[in-house]
Ligand binder design. Structure first.
Ligand code: DC
Length: 214
């Protein structure tokens, strides 16, 4: 059983997905970590980001593993570097490339299959593309101001003011939502939850209420 949690940056997907997974004894997969690792692979290979073929070749040449919430790239833990401004600034460009997406989607499906198909998976295209048959699909939204405020509490945003966080989120959301391949969008059969005025506990309770206990 797959539970798909999609939505834009800063909406609280990781908190909700992690807690729902723990509550039902399922594995938790953060697919954004794959796109961030792919971005590091492209940057380290010196692939020009405006050359989709070069980026795809660099991404294909590396190995990816998501282990205990750590992202390994060719066996090296890149979790910390994944959240750096360098990577966050480039990830939307890399993840818009169709060849990159095909490679990452294959890795993500394999990861879930290796765990018996029982996982809570967060991302942008989980309910639409990666697991269109997911048992539960949730699309989280929140106002831009609230998302920037939540992001400001993340380690990734330490030292940045809320205004520049909001601007970076807006830029990334725009690219993620308008790309041709697998844009950020709610699946037709997703339950959309506007979390602007809800705390994490309330959202987790709503999602758990959607999960069939059997
Ligand atoms: O969830 P995150 O902020 O770590 O994701 C980083 C980027 O990866 C995000 O800007 C878009 C991309 N992404 C994607 O295209 N598809 C996914 N399923 C997950 C993330």
């Amino acid at each position: 059983m797959v539970i798909a949690i999609d939505g834009p940056g800063g909406v609280g997907k990781s908190t909700v997905a992690r807690r729902v997974a723990a509550a039902i004894g399922a594995s938790y997969l953060n697919t954004g970590a794959y796109y961030r690792a792919a971005t590091i692979a492209a940057l380290d290979a010196g692939a020009p980001l405006d050359d989709p073929e070069a980026v795809t070749a660099a991404v294909a040449a590396a190995e990816y593993a998501f282990v205990g919430e750590h992202m390994l790239l060719d066996g090296r833990d890149v979790s910390e570097r994944s959240r750096s401004p360098e990577v966050t600034g480039a990830v939307s460009i890399v993840s818009a490339i169709p060849g990159v997406r095909a490679l990452m989607v294959a890795c993500q499906r394999r990861w879930v299959a290796e765990r018996g198909g029982r996982a809570v998976v967060e991302g942008r295209d989980i309910g639409t593309v990666v697991f269109p048959d997911a048992a539960v699909k949730v699309f989280l939204t929140a106002s831009e101001t609230e998302r920037a405020r939540r992001r400001a509490g993340d380690r990734e945003a330490a030292g940045l003011d809320v205004g520049s966080i909001a601007e970076a989120l807006r830029r990334r959301d725009h690219i993620d939502s308008t790309r041709e391949t697998s844009p950020l969008t709610a699946a037709d059969d997703a339950v959309t939850i506007d979390t602007t005025t809800y705390g994490a506990e309330a959202v987790i309770a709503i999602v758990l209420g959607l999960v069939d206990p059997a």
